[in-house]
Design a protein around this ligand. Structure first.
Ligand SMILES: [Zn+2]
Ligand SMILES: [Zn+2]
Length: 560
């Protein structure tokens, strides 16, 4: 049998991993290979959050193998070096980007173009030479062959320098290869996301005239005032476009959404070049006539080789080029992912935003997968019995959309039956798995919008007389609490969290895990029949509107 990620290699490691296509990250224990002769072991300090990480965690490209630890813009300190390592010493600041291996023998490898090697190995979600899986930079340590490790120049900030390892080289390499470095020439940058904003900075450093081309008028101030672009071209304004026809020597197109190329080609002068680095997921059309008549070129480019990536970092250090970032803590990653995903909607033209980097939590902690040793029981919509205020139609309080259960209730609502004396509720009662013995587990991804308060969002029903429940998890003003106290998590609003509740009937305990971390263990409260519920059930000091969302609900039972 294959070894577990934790036992596969000798160096213990921990990180944050997505376990399924919900793309929610939670703590993950795994291991890294022994530091070989050519290897360096790196303590990771910062890692950029790239749009690719989000796509991969949600399996949007269809080839994700879970669990996946993302991150390919990592910066840290060398802690171990192998016998044959000549490039680095312990204590050096280094970076690791999108690739961690290649064959070293083929024509492209010999030309320092490892990124185009047919056997190139990606930093995460790939297989290493020994067949084991690669895990990325959302973790505490990494072991990498020295050839794929970059020296981080002393005056380049570790945090805002990290995204250069992906976004930076993605635009630097084509600018060099296609000759977009001649001072005074006119460069167009299409799209102003993570790639575009670095392209503007490189363009200015090369002495080019830079025009940002965008469909968002709101980007004008950012382009000109903050990034120092010379001009801004609103792609939806025909008058502006007309005035700019045939004026550009090159355009670097960073847009990943499906978009027309002919209008961009029309902006090019004779011999102009349009270079695409975004990756639209459908073919784009090109009219050939203007290419032929204007001797124009359309090309592409994918990151860069190790030698050129080093050159790019040194160039950035010399010209004070960094990425615009927002520093976040590891625990905030799921919220950061949501924000990344949302900006797709607001700025359709710009899919690659590299605006976030996270600070690796330096304290050690222990996390386990609470479902280990349990079996998942089959569930479908018929296992979910909905309880809602009896006098309104169900769809006014409960909706099931795109795999998400959305439940709401008002403090003025009626109970769920005409005869009930209880407070109003809209809840999912798990049906078909009532239990009276054994160890049972509820898992679900929950979300509580800001403002919802004084409400029970999850319960283990059933207890000895005088109690009705073995567990209530409530929300009061952003805090998740065990009944009224204690507080288990002080910041529960507006983020998806993974909740696991383990009820051991004979052992008379109930354990609560959030995002894989054990937060609370409470005594059982007796009772002869139990089941799980989640949703919104009004308690004391309730807000007028109470709402919670749930997805990925599962019920587990401990294996005998
Ligand atoms: Zn990236
Ligand atoms: Zn090769």
């Amino acid at each position: 049998m294959a070894k577990s990620p934790e036992e596969e290699h000798p160096q213990k490691a921990f990180g944050w991993a997505a376990r399924d296509s919900h793309g929610i990250l939670s703590p993950f224990q795994f291991s890294r290979r022994e530091n070989g002769d050519e290897d360096v072991t790196i303590k990771i300090l910062y890692c950029g959050v790239c749009h690719s990480d989000l796509h991969c965690c949600k399996n949007e490209w269809g080839f994700t193998r879970y669990p996946v630890v993302p991150g390919h813009e990592m910066v840290g300190i060398v802690t171990k070096t192998g016998k044959k390592v000549t490039k680095f010493k312990e204590g050096n600041n280094v970076g690791v980007g999108v690739i961690v291996g290649s064959c070293k023998k083929c024509e492209t490898c010999q030309q320092d173009l490892e990124n185009y090697c047919p056997q190139c190995i990606f930093t995460y979600n790939d297989s290493y030479h020994d067949g084991t899986k690669t895990y990325g930079g959302y973790s505490n340590i990494v072991v990498v062959d020295q050839r794929y490790v970059l020296r981080f120049p002393d005056n380049l900030p570790l945090d805002s320098g990290a995204p250069l390892l992906c976004a930076g080289i993605t635009v630097y390499s084509p600018m060099k290869y296609y000759g977009m470095t001649e001072p005074g020439k006119h460069l167009g940058v299409a799209g102003l996301g993570g790639l575009g904003h670095v392209a503007v900075k490189f363009g200015k450093a090369f002495g080019l005239k830079v025009t940002v081309i965008s469909s968002s008028p709101g980007k004008q101030a950012e382009a000109i005032d903050r990034l120092g672009a010379d001009a801004f071209l609103l792609s939806s304004d025909p008058a502006q476009i007309k005035a700019a026809l045939g004026t550009m020597d090159f355009i670097i197109d960073t847009v990943s959404a499906v978009h027309p190329l002919d209008p961009l080609i029309a902006l090019l002068k004779l011999n102009g070049k349009l270079i695409t680095v975004g990756l639209p997921n459908k073919p784009l059309q090109i009219t050939i006539f203007p290419l032929v008549l204007g001797r124009k070129l359309v090309g592409g480019s994918d990151i860069g080789g190790m030698k050129e990536t080093q050159e790019m970092l040194d160039f950035c250090a010399k010209h004070n080029i960094t990425s615009d970032i927002e520093l976040i803590r590891m625990e905030e990653i799921n919220t950061a992912f949501e924000r990344l995903a949302k900006s797709d909607v607001r700025f359709l033209a710009i899919l690659t935003l590299t605006k976030l980097a996270y600070l690796q939590k330096t304290l050690g902690w222990v996390a386990i997968d609470p479902t280990e040793g349990f079996i998942s029981l089959p569930l479908n919509q018929s296992n979910f019995i909905i309880q809602w205020p009896y006098d309104v139609p169900q769809d006014q309080r409960y909706k099931f959309v795109d795999g998400i259960h959305k439940l709401r209730v008002y403090s003025s609502d009626k109970p769920h039956t005409p005869t009930s004396q209880t407070r109003p509720r809209t809840e999912i009662r798990i049906h078909g798995y009532d239990y009276s013995s054994g160890v049972w587990q509820f898992e679900g991804y929950g979300y509580v919008p800001r403002g919802t308060s004084g409400v029970c969002i999850m319960q283990v029903f059933g207890a000895s007389p005088s109690h009705a429940t073995t567990l209530m998890l409530r929300v009061y003003n952003d805090s998740l609490t065990y009944y009224q106290s204690p507080v288990l998590d002080p910041n529960i609003y507006n983020r998806w969290f993974r909740l696991n509740v383990v009820h051991d009937v004979e052992g008379s305990t109930v354990k609560v895990y959030i995002d894989g971390a054990l937060l609370y263990e409470a005594p059982g409260r007796g009772g002869t029949s139990h089941y799980f519920k989640c949703g919104v059930y009004a308690q004391n000091d309730d807000s007028y509107l109470m709402e919670s969302h749930w997805k990925g609900i599962k019920v587990f039972k401990k294996c005998d």
